[in-house]
Design a protein around this ligand. Structure first.
Ligand SMILES: *[C@@H]1O[C@H](CO)[C@@H](O)[C@H](O)[C@H]1NC(C)=O
Ligand SMILES: *[C@@H]1O[C@H](CO)[C@@H](O)[C@H](O)[C@H]1NC(C)=O
Ligand SMILES: *[C@@H]1O[C@H](CO)[C@@H](O)[C@H](O)[C@H]1NC(C)=O
Ligand SMILES: *[C@@H]1O[C@H](CO)[C@@H](O)[C@H](O)[C@H]1NC(C)=O
Length: 470
């Protein structure tokens, strides 16, 4: 039983992370050039082989800065679309060249080998560094790195490791310290608090819904009713199917908390503006009568909003393979980027219990990839420790920004570091909010945070820009 729960929890996180909608270049608008840079497959030990790294480039003025988005764990077009601030604001404002560089092993930048041996942040950063050197029109061209989430971690690493190439970095919603969350309770806690803060009863209402499902686990006679209410494509035959349904719903609630923006947003379909608020009003309407079928109907309606925004989905595929996914992102979490994730129910969170175990996760990493998580990797390489204010004291020109309502914020740096390395906490803000295109619906906290970031960017690049003939 315990084993089953843990496997599902890991499956849930894998699905959470892969809920990106892959956009095609046509949808983004062919407003960029696509280039491919040939890099060594192995920058570190010199093993033979090459890898082609995809770059989306918007050429600016040669005497203007170069703004680089360091790609994360998805095709680079995903980041191009999700980072409106670069193409929509900073690019035109500075006549800057904008480059979105894909991360090796994602999108089209995949090697001719099945091995994950060359998938590491060191190798990826070297790709970025080499490509940035080639893209700079002049020696003095100032460079600022941008990234959000895992890419935010990379943008901070990039500045720390290559200060001669990168004048500053915006590291948005970067869960650099998530590996220190030993029971993985922060993500589900913060996501649940988002619902609580919208409506004091909401967290309890959602918890009640999951509790009803939990009670159904031992009542197989009711399984056909669940199939009907939740319109599952697959039949619900055993307890693991009920748990998979719970995880399917959990993903919807958590992803809505992560992307709780004040305007509609495309992620696995189109989310409405403030999806957390929308879900809370549905739950409040469906829990008043305290009829369990009505409560479940509320959960089904929320699934419908999240998974069926097109109205084209005839049934929900809630079944999935609960074993560890052998994909590149999971490999990275099994090596350098441990991301503990667990659910504990009230009072920590409103989700079904899925406790986290490091031992269990490590065993799965060993079985799936033959590797183990390296807890010493981030602190030794980059000084990402519980005492960042001391271990990062020589860092400079980095903004660690975070939305206070972002479930990932539990893994973000909280302490002030030094005058040139700032932590900006944006109230009422979800995941990577500062990287989006400015909108009339932005809260004041976000407007101020963006202004602060722009002042810093000007400080970082000012002296070099002055040397260029403008
Ligand atoms: C951007 O380019 C335009 C046209 O070349 C020029 O008029 C403008 O001053 C430039 N702006 C900056 C910030 O360099
Ligand atoms: C959603 O809830 C938050 C927190 O209570 C509130 O600030 C925001 O205005 C709400 N939005 C809508 C559209 O109701
Ligand atoms: C998706 O939405 C359409 C239109 O509202 C509805 O007819 C259909 O039943 C929904 N699908 C599911 C699985 O809920
Ligand atoms: C770092 O933070 C801790 C606790 O927040 C504080 O006691 C300590 O003085 C700080 N150290 C520096 C170098 O600022």
């Amino acid at each position: 039983m315990v084993t089953l729960i843990l496997l599902l929890a890991i499956g849930a996180l894998a699905r959470l992370k892969s809920s990106f909608r892959f956009v095609t270049p046509a949808e983004v608008g062919a407003s960029y050039q696509t280039l491919y840079f040939t890099e060594k497959l192995d920058h570190i030990n010199g093993d033979p082989g090459i890898i082609n790294i995809k770059v989306l480039l918007k050429q600016g003025h040669p005497n203007s800065p170069l703004f680089v988005y360091v790609g994360g764990e998805a095709p680079i077009e995903v980041f191009y679309t999700a980072t409106g601030i670069l193409v929509g604001y900073y690019g035109p404002k500075y006549n800057a060249t904008i480059a979105f560089i894909e991360h090796r092993y994602y999108g089209e930048s995949i090697p001719n080998t099945y091995s994950y041996k060359y998938l590491s942040t060191d190798q990826a950063l070297w790709d970025f560094a080499d490509i940035v050197s080639q893209l700079k029109p002049q020696n003095n061209t100032p460079v600022v790195a941008f990234g959000g989430s895992y890419a935010g971690m990379l943008s901070a690493f990039f500045r720390i490791k290559y200060p001669h190439l990168v004048d500053g970095a915006i590291a948005s919603s970067a869960p650099l310290l998530m590996y220190l969350d030993t029971d993985g309770s922060s993500f589900s806690h913060i996501a649940s608090m988002d619902y609580f803060l919208v409506d004091r009863n909401c967290m309890g209402n959602v918890f009640d819904g999951f509790n009803i499902l939990d009670n159904f686990i031992d009542r197989p006679l009711q399984y056909p009713a669940l199939e009907l209410i939740f319109k599952t494509c697959n039949s619900i035959d055993e307890m693991s199917d009920v748990m998979a349904l719970e995880d399917f719903l959990t993903d919807a609630f958590q992803t809505m908390a992560q992307f709780n923006y004040p305007y509609p947003y495309n992620i696995a379909g189109t989310l409405p503006a403030f999806p957390v608020n929308v879900s809370c009003s549905i739950m409040s309407q469906h829990t008043q009568t305290e009829n369990m079928w009505t409560t479940l109907q509320g959960l089904a309606l929320i699934a419908d909003i999240f998974y069926n925004s097109t109205g084209q989905t005839t049934c929900f595929d809630t079944y999935y393979d609960s074993s560890m996914q052998a994909d590149p992102w999971t490999y990275q979490t099994c090596t350098e980027l441990l991301m503990p994730y667990g659910q504990y129910g009230l009072p920590n969170d409103m989700f079904p219990k899925r406790p986290w175990s490091f031992t269990q996760f490590s065993q799965q990493c060993m079985q799936t990839f033959g590797v183990s998580p390296r807890l010493d990797w981030e602190p030794v390489n980059y000084g990402m420790t519980a005492n960042v204010n001391s271990t990062l004291r020589y860092a400079s020109n980095i903004v660690f920004s975070q939305g206070v309502m972002d479930p990932w914020s539990g893994g973000c740096i909280q302490d002030e570091i030094n005058a040139n390395t700032l932590v900006i906490k944006i109230s009422k803000a979800a995941h990577c909010f500062d990287l989006k295109s400015p909108s009339p619906r932005d809260p004041q906290s976000l407007i101020l945070a963006r202004q602060q970031e722009e002042i810093l960017i000007n400080q970082w690049i000012g002296s070099k820009l002055a040397m260029l003939d403008r």
